[in-house]
Design a protein around this ligand. Sequence first.
Ligand code: BES
Ligand code: MN
Ligand code: ZN
Length: 509
Amino acid sequence: MASPLAIEFASLSARLAPTVAVLAGEEVSLGATGRNVDEHAKGLLGKAARAAGFTGKARTAIEILAPAGVDAERIILAGAGRALGEYDRLRLGGFAYAQIAGRKVESASLIADLADPGETSPETLAADLAFGALLRSYSFDKYRTRRNNGNETEGEAPRDGLRRLIVHCASPDAAAKAFASRRAVAEGVFLARDLINEPANVLGPVEFAERLSDLARPDLSVEVLDEEQLRAHKMNALLAVAQGSARPPRVVVLQWHGAKSKRAKTLCFVGKGVTFDTGGLSMKPAAGMEDMKGDMGGAACVAGLMLALAGRKAAVNAVGLVGLTENMPSGTAQRPGDIITSMSGQTIEVLNTDAEGRLVLADLLWYAQERFKPRFIVDLATLTGAIMVALGKEYAGLFANDSKLAGELAAAGEAIGEKVWRMPLAKAYDKLIDSKNADMKNIGGRQAGAITAAQFLQRFIKETPWAHLDIAGTAMDSGRNEINQSWGAGWGVRLLDRLVADNYEKGEK
Ligand code: BES
Ligand code: MN
Ligand code: ZN
C-alpha cells in the first residue's frame, strides 16, 4: 500500500504549517479562522480572489504566495461551494488534498472551518475532510521504478510530496475520535483497491487467499477452503470454472464477531473473485482483456468490508465469502454444452464458458445459506457487460428479492456517493434461462443480459432476503474523481459499511 499520508488534528490556534489551505464558501465567504487570516494579511485573500475571478465555487482554487502579515509561505483558497452533504465534504477534502499535494510540499495545514457549516458539527466536518483527503492520497505505484515514465498523462505521478496533513478544527480530540472509524474504512477501501489493481500473474486464487489469511486477528477469523474441500462440498459449478486453470481455486470465509447479543443473526456478504477472466473456451477478444484482472472486484470489496468492520469494531456479526478462481482455456477447461451439477443439486448447461461468474456465485450463495442461515445476503460481482449498457459507470445494478434491503442499499449509496439503481426480477425473465437439457442454462438470449444473470443467481436463493450488485461498471476504471484516482476504486466498501452502520448496529449496541 498505498497511502503513507499521516493525518493529525490540531486546534484552530495551533501553529500552522508553511502551506495552509483555507476553505472558501460561495462568494468567498470565510469561516472565523479564515477571516482572521485575511485580517492579518490586510484583506489580501479577498483581494486575490477578486483579481483571480475566484468565487468559492466547488472544485476551484487559487494560490496566494508569500502573503504579508502572516507566517504562511503560501495560502491555498479552496472553493467549498455549498458543501452541505456528507459526500460533498469528502470530495472537498479530496480536492483540498490534491491542491496541496500538487505543490510538492511535505506537510501542510488544512483549516476545517466553513462560513456556513449548516448542521454539521466541527468534528464531523474535520473528520470527513480528512477522510476524503486520505482516500484521495492512495496511489498504486509499487511496480513503478521511475517516477516519470516520460508520460505525464498516465494518471497522477507517484506521490513525492505530502506526507503529513494537519487538520485544524475547533475540537481536535473529538475530530480524532470521529476520524478513527473513518480511517478503518479507508484501510478497507485501500485493501480492495490494492487487490483489484494487482496484476493476475501476481494475484491468483492462492495468493488472494494468502493475503486474506494475513487479516486474521481476534474476532476476525479467516478460513481457506482448498480444492479438496470444495470437492467434498460438491461445489461443482465453481470447480467447473476452475478446471481449465493450472492454478487451483480457493474459497475464503471471513467471520467478524462484533455483536453484543448472542442471538444476533449473521449478515452475509459474497463476492465474485475471478482473478482473471479470459472467457475460457468461449474466449474474449484481445482488446481490453487486460481489464479482466479486475474480475475479482466483488471479492476485493467483501475483503475490504470485513477489514473495515473489524477495524472499527462494528457491533454486528458478519461473514464474508469469496470464491476465487481463474477462468482459463486449456485441455482441461470446461466446454460449451457441458452439464454440471451444482452444490444445490440443480443442473446447469454451460452454453458459454464466459458466463462463469454466475457459476461461481451459485455454489457460494448455496453454501452461505446452508452454513450460516444469514439475516440477509448481499453479493457483489463484476457479472455482466450488459449492466454497463444499461447504467454506464455511474450506478451499479441492484437486484433484490426484498424491498427493505434494496431501500437501505439505495439510501446508503446516495449518502456516501456509491449509487445503486434497482433493476427488475420477474418470472418472465426467468423463463429465458430454462434449458431443454438441464434445469437451466448459463446464458439467456441477447436481451436483458444483466437481468437474466440475476435471475440465474436467484435460483440459488431460498427464503433469505437477498440483494445482488452487478458492479461490472463501477468496480474498475469508473472515472477518477476527488476521492479516487485509482483504476480499482474499491467501490462498495463504503456503501456496505454504511448499510451496516445505519441499519444493523443500533439495536445491537
Ligand atoms: N467478467 C465478465 C463481465 C465484465 C465485462 C465485467 C466487462 C467487467 C467488464 C463476465 O464474466 C462476462 O464475461 N459476462 C459475459 C456474459 C455473457 C457471456 C452472457 C458478458 O457480459 O459478456
Ligand atoms: Mn466472463
Ligand atoms: Zn467474469
